[in-house]
Design a protein around this ligand. Structure first.
Ligand SMILES: [Zn+2]
Length: 450
């Protein structure tokens, strides 16, 4: 940096004798600067999760020295705190660099379709996965949206399409990267899984030389996810279950809590992420991530899609990336702790409640009846709460997770708990990270996980 600066100063001094500084002068500098291109440098975000935001480094050798560090306010962790420092140097003219992603350069203020090829297949038949990019003209965070990590979860695909095509890059601060169909094989087959029957969302961040699924995960993570400051992974319920639109977030992480509050009134469910899930791997790398769940698999639900898009629009507004066309001003998210209520016996499940219904302790949620012996039993709500997810009517076995009942928590309660967990983590850091599983099994039915 310093030699460049010196060179610039010398050049400026010399030129100043004869003529005003021209744009060419700077372009020459920049051009030489850019000659050994480093992807990191060109990308306006920190490649190194521990490093400072790199957004301002690359393009603006011509700005004054003091302006360089951190003048974008694009610190992913800062959330709503950005923009409050009125004494900052006024925004520099155009500190945004073209975006280097997936081997292509996306100019500032443009929209582009890139292609990601998870190269676990052989090259001649591999099908590149389209990646939509809106690269804004003003500095801001990199927000990534991934959908159909499970190939049969369609609502998220439509959400990404609607949101991406309403973005206007010249009005945008920061960058939005949308991968509408991560698992293209599964999508083609109407299947949740990869072609080797593995669940991709158990393999993140993946390994370069791992199993097929692990390689796909690795490729997505390295080529796309690592370039994000924020990630929203879009899912639906699975295996004949439907979910009230909701965010799943690790509410023991204060950054994630702050991020989850940006989605307007969308319900937020505390869900400690398990190993291998995309959002868990992202958070581990300092990328603030949540999962959005809306509706069920193998169908397109307009209401769920619309709700999700509205929440994402609100997110963009709250991240100061763009003025929203509609904005949930007032509603605050409602936080929940939740538990799955399971069938005590096998048989035919018929529900007596609806999704999103408020239920009372002792209320019958549904009945399970053995169709041969005609013996049945009721599934009872063990506490007051709201039905955030439920199975559709079907044949079930004993132990089948039928109703996800959420218990409301105040935002203050959630934040206090997150801080506490953070402090605990900090004091334990360096210790054994493989904590024993808490008493009881993880509250997660087969196939319901994100
Ligand atoms: Zn899913």
């Amino acid at each position: 940096m310093t030699p460049t600066l010196n060179r610039t100063l010398i050049a400026l001094t010399l030129v100043a004798l004869a003529a005003p500084v021209t744009a060419n002068e700077r372009e020459d500098e920049d051009g030489r600067h850019a000659a050994p291109p480093s992807a990191d440098q060109a990308a306006p975000r920190p490649e190194d999760p521990d490093g400072p935001p790199a957004a301002t480094d690359a393009p603006d050798d011509d700005t004054t020295e003091q302006a360089a560090p951190g003048d974008t306010g694009a610190d992913p962790a800062a959330g709503e705190a950005t923009g409050d420092t009125a004494t900052e140097v006024p925004a520099t003219p155009d500190p945004v660099a073209p975006l280097e992603l997936l081997g292509k350069t996306v100019p500032v203020g443009t929209f582009d379709t890139l292609y990601w090829t998870p190269d676990q297949s052989f090259r001649s038949i591999a099908t590149p996965v389209p990646v939509l990019v809106a690269h804004g003209t003003r500095p801001g965070p990199h927000l990534c949206l991934t959908a159909a990590v499970h190939g049969d979860e369609l609502n998220g695909i439509e959400m990404v399409r609607r949101l991406m095509y309403e973005l206007e890059p010249d009005e945008l601060a920061g960058t939005v990267v949308g991968v509408p169909i991560v698992n293209l094989d599964g999508f083609r087959n109407g299947s949740r899984y990869l072609s080797d029957r593995r669940d991709l969302n158990r393999y993140f961040p993946g390994r370069k030389n791992g199993s097929a699924a692990s390689r796909v995960a690795y490729s997505l993570f390295e080529n796309i996810v690592r370039h994000c400051d924020y990630l929203v992974d879009l899912h639906t319920g699975s295996q004949k279950r439907v979910n009230q639109p909701q965010l799943r977030a690790d509410l023991e992480n204060p950054q994630v809590v702050a991020f989850a509050k940006h989605f307007g009134g969308m319900t937020v469910l505390h869900s400690p992420s398990s190993s291998g899930m995309l959002r868990a791997a992202a958070v581990d790398e300092g990328i603030v991530a949540v999962t959005m769940e809306a509706g069920g698999p193998n169908r397109l639900e307009d209401d769920a899609v619309d709700y999700g898009v509205q929440a994402l629009e609100t997110l963009l507004e709250n991240l100061d990336m763009r003025k929203a066309s509609r904005f949930w001003g007032a509603p605050q998210p409602v936080f929940y702790e939740s538990e799955w209520i399971r069938a005590g016996q096998g048989g035919i499940l018929l529900s007596e409640v609806e999704l999103n219904e408020q239920v009372k302790k002792g209320q019958i949620l549904g009945t399970v009846t053995d169709p041969i012996s005609n013996t049945g039993s009721a599934i009872i709500a063990p506490y007051d709460g709201r039905v955030l997810g439920m199975a559709v009517n079907q044949v079930v076995h004993a132990g089948f997770a039928a109703y996800r009942i959420g218990e409301e928590k105040s935002a203050e309660e959630v934040e206090a708990k997150a801080e506490q967990a953070q402090e605990q983590n900090d004091s334990q850091s360096g210790g054994n990270q493989d904590e024993p599983t808490p008493a009881g099994e993880p509250d997660r039915p087969d196939g319901d996980t994100e």
